[in-house]
Design a protein around this ligand. Structure first.
Ligand code: UD1
Ligand code: F6R
Length: 371
């Protein structure tokens, strides 16, 4: 049931304040008279000790689920101190990459039925790793075959393009980082800030959804283009990849997410006054580096759209030629949840304007259960 929406993708983008609330329900708790804040993931509590002792955490997934894990990787590394490596399921299998008993392998999948992810799960089980699932589908193959895990509880996702599952996956993995990281005096303030940020995140998503008309206007400007680049780094490298994936899969427009730190190692050659480029430059530890990227793109007459934190328009757009999207600022590790929303809306409006099928893009299936 699409309600008053025209497409499931549009409905699912707009219901993210509610899906995120459901994802967090019962899992963020205030403890004792001091009201100290903590995270409780029922599906993991008996396994946290083993996970904390592991030598490495591997994130394994495909497509959007891989991107969600990539978005959560920095906070997992920060709060746990355990090395985190990223694996696209098919590539791990192609290489037969080494996996050990001392590893924790985390399988991220909305459907819980993706063929490559399932085969990679079997491979990790055979190699003796602790296998953790993060899935939206209770009773799915990944939920059944992992040792433990977390249901993201985002509600059924019908549109082929994953939207609300992506943001709920990131939130679950941020909670995972808090749960594995445990309480120490030195990280208490950081943990509390993240938990407060999680409580307030649905409101901030509601706020960023108000950019709908602005993104529709931007889509009008870009609808006849051949190609769109998206530059991000740090917490928002994943946002660049995911924004580009949405644009290519539903709007059928070539789009590439680029790690901004790699700009001078090739992509800069593409820059001219015609190719549209989105640069994500919200406030975090990478902000000044992104400011310098913007300056270098402007110096090459790049056609820029900059996404920045509210109030930062003048810091990122020295010239009037740059179009700016201002988004609400949240705790840095949660910012990818906010920043992907305008890009989801852009992909949606581009698709409608270009006259393509929103909910069932050509050649794609919701769940890829074959090789
Ligand atoms: C569980 C209940 C939830 C109830 C809550 C009350 C289910 C599915 N969930 O939620 O309805 O409100 O307790 O405390 O009945 N698991 C895997 N692999 C996965 C995902 C999950 O093995 O990929 C396992 C978990 O380790 C856990 C079980 O499935 O044993 C349920 O996981 P989850 O729904 O996340 O647990 P709770 O949030 O505690
Ligand atoms: C993109 C998309 C795909 C899936 C991928 C993995 O919008 O939907 O890239 O993310 O096929 O699917 P799951 O998460 O079900 O394993």
């Amino acid at each position: 049931n699409k309600g008053h929406y025209e497409h499931y993708m549009q409905k699912e983008i707009n219901e993210q304040p509610e899906s995120l609330t459901t994802t967090m329900r019962g899992r963020l708790i205030l403890r004792g008279s001091s009201k100290s804040k903590s995270v409780l993931l029922g599906g993991l509590k008996d396994h946290l000790k083993t996970i904390r002792r592991s030598r490495r955490i591997l994130f394994i997934g495909c497509g959007t689920s891989y991107n969600a894990a990539l978005a959560a990787r920095p906070i997992l590394e920060e709060l746990t101190g355990i090395p985190v490596t990223m694996e696209i399921a098919s590539d791990l299998l192609d290489r037969q990459g080494p996996i050990y008993r001392e590893d924790t392998a985390v399988f991220v999948s909305q459907s819980g039925e993706t063929h490559d992810t399932l085969v990679a799960l079997q491979y990790a089980l055979d190699n003796g790793a602790l296998c953790v699932g993060i899935t939206n589908t209770v009773g799915s193959a990944i939920a059944r075959n992992t040792h433990c895990g977390v249901h993201i509880n985002a509600g059924a996702e019908i549109g082929v393009a994953s939207t609300k599952a992506y943001t709920s996956q990131i939130v679950v993995m941020a909670m995972l980082a808090l749960a594995i990281g445990g309480d120490t005096l030195s990280n208490q303030a950081r943990r509390e800030a993240i938990i407060d940020g999680l409580f307030d995140l649905p409101n901030k998503v509601r706020e960023v959804l108000k950019l709908d008309q602005e993104m529709k206007d931007l889509a009008k400007l870009l609808s006849a283009e051949q190609s769109l680049l998206v530059f991000g780094r740090g917490y928002n490298y994943a946002t660049a990849l995911e924004g580009a994936l949405k644009v290519k899969e539903v709007a059928l427009m070539h789009s590439e997410g680029i790690l901004a730190g790699e700009m001078k190692h090739g992509p800069l050659a593409l820059v001219d006054e015609t190719l549209p480029i989105v640069v994500i430059a919200t406030r975090d530890a990478c902000f000044s580096k992104q400011q310098s990227v913007i300056q270098q793109l402007i110096a090459r007459r790049g056609r820029l759209v900059v996404m920045c934190s509210k109030g930062d328009a003048s810091s990122v757009s020295p010239s009037e030629t740059v179009r700016v999207i201002e988004v609400p600022q949240v705790e840095d590790c949660l910012q990818p949840v906010i920043n992907v929303v305008p890009l989801q809306l852009l992909a949606y409006h581009l698709t409608v304007l270009r006259g393509f099928n929103v909910d069932q893009p050509r050649n794609l299936a919701k769940s890829v259960t074959t090789q």
